[in-house]
Design a protein around this ligand. Structure first.
Ligand SMILES: Nc1ncnc2c1ncn2[C@@H]1O[C@H](COP(=O)(O)OP(=O)(O)OP(=O)(O)O)[C@@H](O)[C@H]1O
Length: 252
């Protein structure tokens, strides 16, 4: 499926009076992974969450500016936020499967959207689990509780759950930081596979991970976007001194 253009323009997020993200304009090209990096508290997660209007759920948070998808401003009043979150899925740092079976974790979104046919649901569940590279590990235990899976499996289940409603964009907030190296490797492989079909935006504290899996890297500092460029350039020859210092591990 052709992907729709997606970008932000002058996007700011305020918590009360404090401007935590400052007028950020960023493009997210088709079939790419964009890594958001920067020291703790610089606004990466706040920016990520604003892309599918999750900051709407935070009391006192206010978002100004634009989120453009195919010429439509998703930050405009009147946007159907439920539909928007199907198009722009999110996976959090800590795996958060529902207290339901593996099958029902995946079928939940499609059912909510009105899919009732059992065969169709079965197909969606299988396809989503395959896309998340989890099918072979769980196909014989779909009725088991999702909470019986390992942390790494739970995280892939959460990715499968997001995929079940065919999003165009996937937002990942440090999706591997709570996982062991093997599970982390699986998530990274999965991200590389999935970007063939959708755009991915990932917050990561792991510089090697950003260098390995992303096409573009955006460096944030104190709510500002200091520099955004192709990942190779950011890691070999950044334009900004503070980007250089951060990726060299001198602070943050
Ligand atoms: N719910 C909130 N209410 C008020 N202030 C908040 C809230 N969430 C974040 N902030 C503040 O906004 C700023 C940006 O926070 P954010 O979590 O986006 O940074 P981050 O770069 O993702 O940090 P980390 O790498 O530690 O996760 C920080 O100063 C933080 O204290």
């Amino acid at each position: 499926m052709a992907q729709q253009p997606f970008s932000t323009e002058d996007l700011s997020v305020f918590y009360g009076e404090k401007e935590a993200v400052k007028k950020i304009s960023m493009e997210f090209p088709e079939n790419t992974v964009t890594a958001l990096i920067g020291p703790s508290g610089c606004g990466k997660s706040t920016f990520l969450r604003s892309l599918n209007r999750m900051n709407d759920e935070i009391a006192g948070a206010r978002v100004t500016g634009h989120i453009w998808m195919n010429g439509q401003d998703l930050n405009a009043p009147g946007t159907d936020v439920i539909k928007l979150r199907q198009q722009i899925g999110m996976v959090w740092q800590k795996p958060n499967p529902f207290h339901k079976s593996i099958y029902n974790n995946i079928a939940f979104g499609p059912k909510y959207r009105g899919v009732k046919n059992k065969k169709q649901l079965d197909e969606i569940v299988e396809k989503s689990l395959r896309r998340a590279a989890l099918w072979d590990e769980v196909k014989d235990r779909l009725k088991d509780s999702a909470l019986a899976l390992s942390g790494g499996q739970q995280q892939r289940l959460c990715i499968a759950r997001a995929l079940s409603v065919e999003p165009q964009i996937l937002l990942l907030d440090e999706p591997a930081s709570a996982l062991d190296p093997v599970s982390t490797g699986k998530i990274e492989e999965l991200i590389t596979e999935l970007k063939k079909e959708l755009r991915i935006v990932i917050v990561t504290h792991n510089m090697q991970q950003a260098a390995r899996i992303s096409d573009y890297t955006s460096y944030f500092y104190m709510g500002n976007l200091i520099e955004r460029d192709v990942t190779e350039k950011i890691f070999s020859n950044p334009a900004n001194q503070s980007t250089q210092e951060y990726i060299m591990g001198r602070f943050g």
